[in-house]
Design a protein around this ligand. Structure first.
Ligand code: FAD
Length: 389
């Protein structure tokens, strides 16, 4: 019999509409044509042509694709998830660019912003003509953003922001930063044009993960903004946490893309590589590895689609999103590492995508809530006891 893919083994396509399958195929082709030929070089050099890429992704229609109006495509959660999966099958850095743009920066404006803020920013962000970033994490406050020190104080009707944000995706290339800051009245969000005096965003170098993604510090020194820069509807940590929930949702699908790419690479490698006079794929030990990885990849896809269908009905709870993020990223990184063993020494080079995906997934395991934080969320759901502190 002809070899099957994991999707075929699990009959995943039977759960998707023809429109969803068409979107998936379009994004897959874009990734194969426009990104895959260059990605190893971008990763090795730690450089991403983000401006040009953002415009192409805008033309493809994936920036803020799950949002309604303001130039956004208004597609369903499953379509958005499948787009994330196909982008991350090429590289987690590309999916990160799209997640931060659509689910963090654009979603923050769409959900919590004023009509003026939406009209000003969303159409050009959907087109990829303006890039956004999302500044929540600080050098001393990652898992516990409630401790943030960045502050916003009123001076007449203006706001004046001071503080430092850390590990901010797209920071140095952004036209607009959504910055979360402490005020006398709790945490608030601000729409900060990055050419505002006092704003700077030095890039963080020497990363060994997500090298095809820009990561930066944000420094705010007396950044003066008009009253209208405040996101009027976001009050307290619920504002940023709602955005994170959106981005986590994309990762539930996205991480499986990286895993799928690793598994496909390993299967093809094992069929071509002869060891002790026959193909590596014909050994039981190899097949046991492949079978176990296929099970986790397939189960991960079923979970992702189950959650996206709940989301489409407006019924997905944040602890369910945590379940998907924790499981699918943890399994994806395990698959990437196992595939690496099948490639032997070739597995450690950029000639093949496997170690690149494995290294990228280290960041994915940490950002958007670490594995441990998601374990605590699930632990709280199971016991009713909060164990965060
Ligand atoms: P810490 O919070 O210091 O955690 C260190 C360790 O302690 C982890 O293992 C953690 O799970 C564990 N831990 C923490 N609290 C507990 C607890 N209560 N019980 C048990 N263990 C605990 N942030 C943004 O705001 N915007 C971005 O665009 C963004 N992009 C990123 C891009 C990259 C490449 C990376 C690596 C990070 C990015 N982040 C971004 C930051 C990311 O969200 C944080 O790194 C993450 O929240 C963890 O925070 P931390 O690194 O400070 O780790």
């Amino acid at each position: 019999p002809a070899p099957q893919s994991v999707s075929q083994l699990f009959a995943i396509d039977s759960l998707l509409t023809s429109e969803e399958l068409a979107i998936q195929e379009t994004v897959r082709r874009f990734g194969a044509d426009k990104i895959r030929p260059h990605i190893a070089e971008w990763f090795e050099e730690g450089k991403l042509p983000a401006r040009e890429l953002a415009k192409e992704l805008g033309q493809l229609g994936v920036l803020g694709m799950h949002l309604e109006g303001y130039g956004c495509a208004g597609l369903n959660a499953t379509s958005y998830g499948l787009a994330c999966l196909e982008l991350e099958a090429v590289d987690s850095g590309i999916r990160s660019l799209v997640s931060v743009q659509g689910s963090l920066a654009m979603f923050a404006i769409h959900n919590w912003g004023s009509e003026d803020q939406k009209n000003e920013w969303l159409p050009k962000m959907a087109a990829g003509e303006a890039i956004g970033c999302f500044g929540l994490t600080e050098p001393d406050f990652g898992s516990n953003p409630g401790g943030m020190r960045t502050n916003a104080k009123k001076d007449g009707s203006d706001w004046v922001l001071n503080g430092t944000k850390m590990w901010i995706t797209n920071g140095s290339i952004a036209d607009v930063a959504i910055v979360w800051a402490r005020t006398d009245d709790g945490v608030r969000g601000f729409v900060v044009p990055t050419d505002t005096p006092g704003f700077s965003a030095p890039e963080i170098k020497a990363k060994l993960s997500l090298r095809a993604s820009v990561t930066s510090e944000l420094v705010l020194e007396n950044v003066r903004l008009p009253e209208s820069a405040e996101l009027p509807k976001a009050k307290g940590l619920r504002g940023p946490l709602s955005c994170l929930n959106e981005a986590r949702f994309g990762i539930i699908f996205g991480a499986l893309g990286a895993a799928r790419d690793c598994l496909e690479t390993a299967i093809s490698y094992a069929q071509d590589r002869d060891v002790f006079d026959k193909p590596l794929a014909a050994y039981q030990l190899t097949q046991a590895k492949l079978a176990d990885m296929a099970l986790e990849l397939g189960k991960g896809q079923l979970l992702a689609i189950h959650l996206s269908r709940l989301k489409e009905k407006g019924e997905v709870a944040s602890e369910q999103v945590s379940t998907g993020k924790l499981n699918n990223v943890r399994e994806a990184i395990a698959i990437a590492r196992e595939c690496r063993t099948i490639l032997g020494a070739n597995g450690i080079t950029l000639e093949y995508p496997v170690i690149r995906h494995a290294n990228n997934l280290e960041s994915v395991l940490t950002y958007e809530g670490t594995s441990e934080v998601h374990q605590l969320v699930i632990g709280q759901a199971l016991t009713g006891q909060a164990a965060f502190r």
